[in-house]
Write a protein that binds this ligand. Structure first.
Ligand code: FAD
Ligand code: DLZ
Ligand code: SF4
Length: 512
């Protein structure tokens, strides 16, 4: 039976479930650039260009294997602008009698695909996405009956399941599962990240860049310069570069932040991994091989593997376990509108300015910037989760709801009330001062909590704790916070809370 096989922009793996049993002389693979996907949040132009170029290169790779590809560009005058319209049109054009898709990465599209089972006149088959190392069902089975779900225990199970960094007797290599304590070094003076790869722009990429500039040039973010990998071969080169040149230092400076250094020793592979150009197991095994060959220390390799085998699979499991309810959660009843400085309006806070600048230029900022700068500010200031999540989904090249939402709502905002994290990742300016060199160039002083030059994070931190005392006082992982707060006495407490109120006023008025 002639079959139409739909591949989404983040399903670009040749070994993908949709393609495994393809009959190249009979079936048609379809990819489509649709305005609905490009605008359901105002994606960063680099993200759109990366995906469109990667989709077009993927189509070329399939054609080179003799597969018939129906590729719809965004500027095709017949383009209906959404997946349903395009699949219906392709069915008519190709005469296909069946549709095969693989489950998508976002709940809204899962609902759409489920609707097709009823609404299409031809049969629709929805396959399981086997690129992840833990299926939604396996995660649900692991979660069943547990009062609390913690990444660390999930991760140990995954290490055992895949035999990664495991001795023959089943014990973890190096005698412990987690070497995180060795991975929190502040930046040493003059710390710089090595030069990163820059991929030559093919004719396909040039064409996509012109299209994206014309259609989405008004979205937040710089389209140029554009250095992204857009093929599997280039993504593999990125992985290899990371493993050989950067992995040895990855652990040490994982949490460090340095002015003018968006990447430091981070891998930059998330956009490629999430779009399907790289696969999680091959990455973990490559990192493990580097350790076995003596090319990288265990703290770095274990820390890196934990992010992929642990965190990445864990957040995906939580997403599918709790959607659609998860997206509605607002445990801390945060209500403030997202400040304009997230979209590039001026701010005197050097840490925010720097993180937004990296985001604008690269559609990237690293984990600690996302969590402890922009995320932490939104948490402390009580910004509406819906607006924060839409921002993260739009501005990062690696963002899809399955991974963005648990990280933002759960990890950064504690909006899920502790489903993901056992305590809020709330921190004052002192943390940013310790882990970065941002404060040196700031109009504010991280050592000061009240007064005109006080770091806004400081008063907001204490105000946050005071506002939510009923929720956090009993938290075992926050033993000293309320003791310190109490010791300050009513007068100091009042001054700090008045300062926080003033910070929020300045934030609302665009004067922070
Ligand atoms: P590295 O630091 O080199 O880490 C290696 C890999 O581990 C990453 O490529 C990624 O695949 C994986 N990883 C690390 N941490 C996480 C995590 N917490 N969750 C899932 N995977 C992880 N990651 C996304 O892929 N997409 C998102 O939309 C996204 N949104 C985030 C929003 C917030 C508020 C926060 C705090 C984190 C978010 N993350 C997201 C996780 C993490 O910040 C990025 O994966 C990482 O910064 C990507 O850069 P890298 O490839 O250089 O990662
Ligand atoms: C993010 C994105 C964008 C910007 N554009 C497209 C597109 O035009 N066509 C497409 O197939 N996919 C696109 N994507 C990726 C989808 O949004 C992604 O597949 C879903 O969010 C599910 O994860
Ligand atoms: Fe950020 Fe405060 Fe440091 Fe300024 S002083 S960079 S606002 S932490």
């Amino acid at each position: 039976m002639k079959t139409l096989r739909l591949i989404l922009g983040d399903q670009l793996s040749e070994s993908f479930a949709t393609l495994v049993d393809i009959n190249p002389t009979r079936d048609v693979v379809m990819l489509c650039e649709v305005v609905e996907e490009a605008t359901y949040v105002p994606h960063h132009p680099k993200k759109i260009a990366f995906l469109f170029s990667a989709m077009r290169h993927f189509a070329e790779a399939l054609r080179a294997r003799g597969i018939t590809v129906h590729y719809v560009t965004l500027d095709d005058p017949q383009n209906t602008g959404d997946f349903t319209g395009e699949v219906q049109r392709a069915l008519t054009l190709t005469g296909a009698e069946k549709v095969i898709v693989t489950e998508p990465g976002e709940y809204r599209l899962q609902q759409l695909f489920n609707g097709w089972l009823e609404s299409f006149t031809v049969p629709v088959e929805i396959r399981r996405d086997d690129r992840f190392l833990c299926t939604a069902q396996q995660f649900a089975d692991w979660a069943a009956g547990k009062k609390q779900l913690r990444m660390e225990f999930f991760y140990r199970e995954m290490r055992k399941r895949y035999g990664i960094l495991l001795e023959a007797n089943g014990k973890p290599v190096g005698g412990q599962w987690n070497f995180d304590k060795e991975n929190r070094k502040p930046p040493k003076k003059g710390l710089r990240g090595p030069k990163r790869l820059s991929h030559k722009k093919s004719a396909i990429t040039q064409e996509v860049l012109a299209l994206v500039q014309a259609r989405f040039g008004d979205h937040f973010g710089d389209l140029l310069p554009f250095h992204f990998a857009v093929t599997r071969a280039q993504a593999l080169a990125e992985l290899e570069h990371f493993i050989t040149e950067l992995l040895p230092q990855f652990g040490d400076y994982q949490d460090a932040m340095v002015k003018g250094e968006p990447y430091l020793y981070h891998s930059l592979i998330s956009a490629y991994l999430n779009a399907g150009l790289l696969l999680p197991l091959e990455i973990c095994q490559r990192a493990e091989a580097a350790y076995t060959a003596g090319l990288a220390p265990l703290n770095a390799v274990e820390g890196f593997i934990r992010q992929i085998l642990g965190w990445r699979e864990f957040v995906r499991g939580l997403y599918w376990l709790h959607m659609p309810r998860y997206a509605q959660l607002n445990y801390l009843q945060a209500r403030e509108a997202l400040p304009a400085f997230y979209w590039g309006a001026p701010t005197q806070m050097a840490c925010i300015r720097e993180t937004i600048q990296h985001t604008r230029e690269h559609a990237y900022s690293h984990h600690i910037q996302r969590l402890m700068v922009t995320g932490n500010f939104a948490l402390l200031a009580g910004i509406l989760p819906e607006e924060v999540c839409a921002w993260y989904l739009a501005v990062y090249a690696d963002a899809y709801e399955w991974v963005e939402l648990p990280n933002t709502l759960g990890m950064a905002l504690f909006g899920d009330g502790g489903i993901l994290a056992s305590k809020p990742y709330a921190a004052s300016g002192k943390y940013i001062q310790r882990m970065s060199n941002y404060c040196q160039d700031c109009a504010y002083d991280p050592e000061v909590t009240t007064g005109p030059n006080a770091c806004p994070f400081n008063s907001l931190y204490w105000d946050f704790m005071a506002r939510h005392e009923d929720k956090f006082r009993g938290n075992q992982r926050m033993p000293y916070v309320y003791g310190t707060w109490a010791k300050m006495g009513p007068e100091k407490q009042r001054a700090i809370r008045a300062q926080a109120a003033d910070v929020l006023t300045r934030m609302r008025e665009g004067r922070l």
